[in-house]
Design a protein around this ligand. Structure first.
Ligand SMILES: [Zn+2]
Length: 360
């Protein structure tokens, strides 16, 4: 039987989301009970386009790397919620994995990851063990694969590989099966340490989330959340997204950061055509997404200077700022940025034609 999903009677946000997540005045979202864990609330439907664009720009196949990073970092995160004795019992197949998987699938739906269903499985400790699930409305192919394989490495207590195929548009079938090799489970997202900030969210008087969240629609049957302003699909993305972007830059060098920024900028350009031109609105939108506090957004010399403190996913932010600017001004720009140890990012956007005039 499907459990009843309780929602806030005023803003409609599922109470699970409202109680487990806190939107802070620093512009970060944290997990209420683990406040060093920093998730994000992001446009998820653009991710497969962003990966593809990054592949074109870098000339590298990235899918396996994204699946592996997601697997490793989600697993590290999930392990904290599985006490050792449960993990051991799962490994020895002394307890049933299915109720635990049911809980994980439900959380996935509430977070907006689509609807996972078990299609077939065998978990006997044999080489031909497997688990096949379908995902209706997956957020992204490699991210969906990475999530599922991370969960089943814990539920089946062994290293797994994964394949997928598209059954229909928006219906993915993922199979995980024993891997011949054990892989590293090192890594994990950086911890977030709160510092007070100046973001003033108007709060829902019933559940305490920013009132602005009331404009998002949560279809908890399908696991789909969308923004009624933009029509774009959203999801609560885990802190492993930070690790994923950081690891991509670490393994492919600093130039790769440019690819992340350009891919995000291109996506922002097409996705946010109708966003208000008011930087104050952009500041609010950034804070709702948990990407930080926009301290400054100044237009000058045909470009802009932007400073975001306690910035999350700073490469994504740089691309989003550039895309936002180009959308309202209608011309191409170049961008530079500096990210500091304390987590601030300063972004300088310059018109491209101005740049070419000043360059000898
Ligand atoms: Zn509410």
């Amino acid at each position: 039987m499907e459990p009843r999903i309780e929602r806030c009677p005023r803003c409609g946000v599922p109470l699970y989301i409202a109680t487990e997540h806190s939107w802070l005045d620093s512009g970060a979202i944290v997990q209420t009970h683990s406040p060093t864990v920093r998730p994000y609330f992001l446009e998820c439907e653009g991710f497969d386009n962003i990966w593809r664009k990054m592949e074109i720009l870098s000339g590298l196949p990235l899918e396996r790397e994204i699946i592996e990073s997601k697997r490793r970092n989600v697993k590290i995160y999930l392990l904290r919620h599985f006490p050792d004795r449960i993990r051991k019992a799962l490994e020895k197949r002394e307890i049933d994995w299915q109720p635990l998987n049911f809980g994980l699938r439900l959380i996935a739906r509430l977070a907006g990851y689509g609807r996972y269903e078990v299609i077939s499985y065998q978990n006997r400790g044999d080489q031909d063990d497997h688990i096949t699930e379908t995902v209706l409305h997956p957020i992204s192919r490699p991210l969906a694969c990475g999530n599922m394989v991370a969960a089943f490495e814990i539920l089946f207590g062994r290293a797994l590989d994964v394949t997928y195929r598209d059954l229909e548009e928006d219906l993915l079938e993922i199979t995980a099966f024993p891997s011949p090799e054990d892989r590293s489970d090192e890594g994990g997202a950086r911890m977030y340490f709160y510092r007070p900030g100046g973001v003033e969210h108007t709060r829902c008087t019933e559940c305490g989330v920013p009132e602005e969240l009331g404009r998002f629609r949560w279809n908890t049957e399908l696991g789909v959340v969308w923004d009624t302003n933009t029509g774009i699909r959203m999801a609560i993305m885990g802190p492993e997204l930070e690790s994923l972007f950081r690891e991509l830059v670490e393994s492919h060098g600093p130039d790769f950061a440019r690819h992340i920024i350009q891919a995000t900028r291109d996506y922002s350009l097409s996705a946010f055509r109708n966003l208000s031109e008011d930087p104050e609105q952009w500041r609010k939108e950034i804070a709702i997404r948990g990407l930080g506090e926009v301290r400054e957004f100044t237009f000058y010399k045909g470009g802009a200077y932007v400073k975001v403190v306690q910035a999350g996913l700073h490469h994504v932010l740089v691309g989003a700022a550039q895309g936002f600017f180009e959308n309202i001004r209608g011309y191409e720009t170049s961008v530079d940025w500096e990210y500091t140890e304390e987590g601030s990012v300063e972004i300088e956007i310059k018109p491209k034609n101005l740049l070419s005039q000043s360059t000898p």
